[in-house]
Design a protein around this ligand. Structure first.
Ligand SMILES: Cc1ncc(COP(=O)(O)O)c(C=O)c1O
Length: 464
């Protein structure tokens, strides 16, 4: 493993990891090439050739899904570790601990026990009968819609799966000071919760604007004993909170573990956070088999950094007959310049320690994102999603603020479930997706969180 750490790309100790820069173009003789094929499924089976570093194109004679990530922490050309030297040791230590604990029966048993008795897993796979009815065509045909109920987890969202596992990992590393960033406050609440449970000091960085939008969650975090530090720089949202958390980590790395809240950031976070959420997809496979004796045909999830989507998708990436659909925030519209549709409108660059699609201007400066939902209001996305998009394995679409608000209301009225505004983006996309699906197709949508935290926001827009 030491070799992979040494070879991992680093932006040196200049501290520039927080600023965005476009990668230099690849030399023409070594393009980032993907085998072309008539369908995503055919492409997956094919051998692919893609870049491991910016300097060398490496042929990988393996199916794409077996290489996520490679030993450099890269998903094709995405991912890596663009961090100052001060963090390299901590990242290496984290990666070693993660691999060691993956094979540690005692750790696995402890984690399983907490997921069951504290988090409340497994979460149900619920047949949304009235939502299914809503999408029936005049001839009675239409898809069947199921919700994976991550909103029923303790603290009300998927985020706790990762927070609980990382807190256990921090304990094993002997680190008693925990930091985290949060947008919607769900990851902050999950982190504050597990810190209370394990007796760890907890500091949460949160954009000042998000603190206003998510006042309920700020109170919850404080009640749980966490210190919430407002971040006023930039747009005072998730990107700025993440930058501040990384700054803290650089300064206090000896004593502090950073519980990063999505499949973003430098390696090993995108892989590790995905693995801690993979329980979502594993349960879904088992539950689908029990309920209809097969697999889901289509998986749908909203995309902020991409953790709830990767948690659902990961189990099925190798199942070429299962469609994977991620839904980003289109804000005021894709052409408005005020959205967070990174995969739809972004370009490749580096932010918060990893290469991925980003919203950036011609000079490589971040374009400030916008979404009504704080948890999707981020100009980047996890590197694995960028990879899955480029190889054609997953599809990415978007949903506007207005469409998400409509979906927020629709699920509340049809199913008695008030979804998070983040989740409402995935729900909003059903309006476009369902009319295109054949009769009886099984759709599983990740109900990533509950909407209590968003009621204050929704009151401003919805007349009910
Ligand atoms: C309920 C809920 N869903 C989705 C997200 C988006 O994050 P991710 O894309 O990492 O799942 C958030 C982020 O805060 C959230 O709170």
């Amino acid at each position: 493993m030491a070799a992979s750490i040494k070879a991992a790309p680093s932006s040196s100790s200049s501290g520039k990891f927080l600023t965005l820069h476009r990668p230099r173009p690849l030399p023409p003789s070594k393009p980032a090439r993907f085998a072309v094929g008539p369908s995503p499924a055919r492409r997956l089976r094919s051998t692919i050739s893609c870049t491991l570093t910016r300097d060398a194109a490496v042929r990988m004679d393996e199916p794409a899904h077996a290489l996520r990530p490679d030993s450099f922490g890269r998903f094709g050309k995405f991912g890596g570790k663009y961090v100052p030297e001060t963090l390299m040791y901590a990242l290496a230590e984290l990666e070693s601990a993660f691999h060691a604990l993956a094979g540690d029966d005692e750790f696995q048993k402890e984690l399983e026990g907490i997921l069951k008795d504290y988090v409340g897993r497994e979460s149900p796979l619920y047949f949304a009968e009235r939502l299914t009815e809503h999408y029936k065509r005049p001839n009675g045909e239409g898809p069947h819609i199921y919700l994976k109920r991550e909103d029923l987890n303790h603290t009300g969202a998927h985020k706790i799966n990762n927070a609980v596992a990382q807190a256990l990992l921090a304990k094993r590393l002997g680190k008693k000071r925990i930091i985290a960033e949060t947008g919607a406050g769900q990851h902050g609440v999950a982190t504050a919760t597990v810190c209370a449970r394990f007796g760890l000091q907890c500091i949460i960085y949160m954009g000042a604007q998000d603190m206003e939008r998510q006042a309920l969650n700020v109170f919850r975090m404080r009640l749980l004993g966490a210190e919430v530090r407002p971040v006023n720089s930039g747009t005072a949202t998730l990107k700025d909170a993440t930058s501040e958390a990384i700054r803290d980590w650089v300064t206090n790395v000896e004593t502090t573990h950073y519980i990063l809240g999505s499949v973003a950031g430098p390696h090993p976070y995108p892989m590790m956070v995905r693995e801690f959420h993979a329980v979502i997809g594993k349960e879904t496979r088992r539950q689908a088999l029990e309920k209809w004796g097969g697999k889901p045909d289509v998986l749908v999830a909203c995309i902020g950094g991409g953790s709830n989507a990767m948690g659902l998708f990961h189990e099925f990436v190798g199942d070429e007959d299962v469609r994977l659909i991620g839904v980003e925030a289109a804000g005021f519209g894709l052409d408005s310049g005020k959205h967070a549709a990174t995969l739809t409108k972004g370009e490749v660059g580096v932010l918060h320690g990893a290469m991925s699609y980003l919203l950036q201007d011609e000079d490589g400066q971040i374009v400030e994102p916008h979404s009504i939902s704080a948890g999707l209001d981020y100009p980047g996305v996890g590197p694995e999603h960028s990879f899955l998009k480029d190889v054609g394995r997953a599809e990415y679409y978007s949903c506007t603020d207005e469409e998400a608000l409509e979906a927020f209301k629709r699920l509340s009225r049809l199913e008695g479930i008030i979804p998070a505004l983040e989740t409402s983006h995935a729900l909003g996309f059903l309006e476009k997706l369902c009319p295109t699906l054949p009769d009886g197709v099984k759709v599983v949508l990740n109900c990533s969180g509950r909407g209590d935290k968003d009621v204050q926001t929704a009151i401003k827009y919805l007349k009910v």
